[in-house]
Design a protein around this ligand. Structure first.
Ligand code: PTJ
Length: 247
């Protein structure tokens, strides 16, 4: 999706407008839900308050997330309608850099959207996309929202869930999984229950996790250090401070 925008690059809010266009296109293509437009608006407000940048604590979180993905026995990147519209190629690159699997997993699940997203990821280079089998369950969630692939998220020890609904994030945590969450709102339940909350825009976070993964790939000591150095509560407080005080 590189030809979709007519926003001049000189516009001071170019990145933000580009992101909006991608979400709009996602809705048009049957990838993103209409609720995804609302979620994007909410995210944008927080991004504006954070200064539309990756704050230092988010960079540390993204490094720790990269280390968790590399050290996992079975890592899965969960893809919803917003993530697919915004960073399809970047998600495929992250999966390749870390050996993680990609699984389409929707809050508002429809078979059409599942298929459209899987197809879109394949157009961006994915060779295998999980999620369509839906032969596993997340305990404690109602039928459609609890569906996962048994050998995907069902079997994963590490899951990356961008822009996740709070209930599902909590239920995945209760399954004992290491949860890596991307969410611009440090007060959201998803961010609060995450092992690693990345308080950052997904359009910046995913390529940054990939960069860290490439750097950490052959260095187990540096991976352990990145995980050790990260403190989730401290990261959430730092993001709140950045919002309140512009630090
Ligand atoms: O495609 P589906 O059916 O799986 O639905 C996906 C959405 C995102 C619509 C669904 O999971 C949902 O309704 O999520 P919420 O509860 O609105 O939460 C979305 C969270 O993501 C909010 O806390 C937003 O602040 C945050 N967010 C929105 N856009 C971004 C973001 N975080 C990072 N980067 C963004 N671009």
């Amino acid at each position: 999706m590189s030809d979709e925008v007519e926003v001049p690059e000189s516009h001071p809010r170019y990145e933000s407008l580009l992101t909006r266009h991608r979400i709009e296109r996602g809705v048009d293509r049957g990838i993103t839900s209409r609720q995804g437009l609302i979620a994007q608006g909410r995210g944008e407000a927080y991004d504006y308050l954070l200064g539309e940048r990756t704050i230092e604590s988010a960079d540390r979180a993204e490094r720790a997330a990269a280390a968790h993905l590399l050290r996992a026995d079975r890592a899965v990147i969960s893809v919803n309608g917003n993530a697919a519209a915004l960073v399809p190629g970047e998600l495929v690159e992250l999966a390749e850099a870390t050996g993680a699997a990609l699984e389409v997993n929707l809050f508002n699940r429809t078979e059409e959207r599942m298929r459209a997203i899987a197809e879109f990821l394949r157009e961006h280079g994915a060779t295998e996309v999980l999620g369509l089998e839906a032969d596993g369950r997340i305990p404690g969630l109602d039928h459609e929202r609890g569906k996962v692939d048994a050998d995907g998220i069902g079997a994963a020890d590490v899951v990356l869930v961008p822009l996740e609904d709070g209930d599902r994030a909590k239920a995945l945590g209760e399954m004992g999984k290491t949860e890596l969450v991307v969410d611009l709102n440090p007060l959201s339940r998803s961010a609060q229950v995450a092992t690693v909350p990345m308080i950052d825009n997904i359009v910046r976070a995913i390529p940054n996790v990939t960069d860290h993964a490439r750097e950490l790939r052959d260095d187990p000591d540096a991976q352990a250090e990145a995980i050790e150095a990260f403190d989730a509560d401290e990261a959430l407080s730092a993001a709140e401070r950045a919002i309140r005080e512009g630090e």
